[in-house]
Write a protein that binds this ligand. Structure first.
Ligand SMILES: Nc1nc2c(ncn2[C@@H]2O[C@H](COP(=O)(O)OP(=O)(O)O)[C@@H](O)[C@H]2O)c(=O)[nH]1
Ligand SMILES: [Mg+2]
Length: 318
């Protein structure tokens, strides 16, 4: 069994040595533990530092591609290098390396596919109240959308089984944390959380440079993933409101028609007609979106099989 610990880095030359030093070199259940640094267009010599530290694999992009892209590329590279389990951690040593052991345990035991390190944000003093609120709301939305019970959805400290790494496809370039949990939940992968501890921050967040921007991008990502799996339900729910309002107006018109011998109330009849048409169209949109989503699910299955096939073939070639 091989474990690969991947560290996406953007200019982490300062903190990478401590991060690497804190990671375990032996983990129960594994014959080999290897490190992979994904250097995402760093300009501070992160790759050179990684090399000097004896990191086994280094993936380097000449320009910045974004964290989610780097995360997905890391997973693919880990699979190609024969990882049975992949752990992701941050280059700023936010997460205490010793918790890798706790993180992989449920996967080694065959009890989970995706394990999220729960920072127990409410108890950690390093988080600002705004970041705490974002984490709380984000996690709530992700729990609702994914049907899982993940307490800390924005945590980047996580372990994935080979199966989970093969199944998940990241399609936003910015955040992978939320969408991968929703995908895992919707595709029936087993998602678990284990408590972990964090170190005091070594620097300001590079990822969240503007809070409104972060919220907007995360919101759009969640919306897209939810629509991908639950389009019919979402549009049906949305369409019910104009349909119901239109129905009420029609009933009102009918009532006056009978009691007041049809005088007036044409305006509400027109409004009713418009509302009913909108509701009906929303239903139709839901059906269309559902058809597209079904196609996508078939495509995802193909991508999964192709990846698996090409990896197996790569492993068997001389
Ligand atoms: N590949 C890649 N990694 C990034 C990028 N921005 C941040 N990271 C890495 O993502 C991890 C978390 O970033 P950080 O700035 O600590 O954000 P925090 O999660 O809010 O603390 C660190 O390992 C960073 O090096 C990026 O654009 N590309
Ligand atoms: Mg950090």
């Amino acid at each position: 069994m091989k474990l690969i610990i991947q560290i996406p880095c953007k200019n982490e030359a300062q903190t990478l040595p401590q991060t690497v030093a804190d990671l375990p070199r032996e983990v129960p259940g594994f014959d080999t533990v290897e490190l992979l640094v994904i250097d995402d267009g760093s300009t501070d010599g992160t790759s050179e530092v990684a090399q000097a530290l004896g990191v086994h694999h280094i993936l380097r992009f000449p320009i910045n591609r974004g964290l989610a892209y780097a995360f997905a590329a890391g997973l693919q590279a880990s699979l190609e290098r024969g990882a049975d389990v992949v752990v992701n951690t941050d280059g700023d040593n936010q997460y205490q390396g010793r918790y890798v052991l706790a993180l992989v345990k449920p996967i080694v035991r065959g009890e989970a596919d995706l394990v999220i390190g729960d920072r127990r944000v409410a108890q950690v003093p390093y988080f600002s109240s705004l970041k705490r609120l974002l984490q709380y709301v984000g996690s709530w939305v992700v729990r609702w959308a994914s049907g899982t019970d993940v307490p800390d959805a924005t945590s980047g400290f996580r372990a994935l089984s080979r199966e989970a790494a093969l199944r998940l496809s990241v399609f936003s370039a910015y955040t992978y944390t939320l969408e991968t949990i929703i995908q895992a939940g919707k595709r029936g992968l087993i998602v678990r959380s284990v408590p972990v501890e964090t170190n005091p921050p070594t620097r300001r967040s590079r990822l969240i440079t503007s809070i409104p921007g972060y919220v907007l991008r995360s919101g759009v990502t969640i919306l897209r993933v939810v629509l991908m799996y639950d389009a019919l339900r979402a549009f049906m729910t949305l369409g019910t409101f104009p349909l119901a309002a239109g129905g009420v107006l029609v009933a009102r018109f009918a009532y006056y028609w009978v009691t007041a011998q049809g005088a007036g109330h044409i305006q509400s009849l027109i409004a009713a007609a418009i509302l009913i048409i909108i509701g009906f169209l929303t239903f139709l949109l839901g059906l269309l979106a559902d058809l597209i989503a079904r196609n996508r699910q078939l495509l995802e299955e193909q991508v999964y099989l192709l990846r698996k096939l090409s990896l197996d073939r790569g492993a068997h070639s001389p």
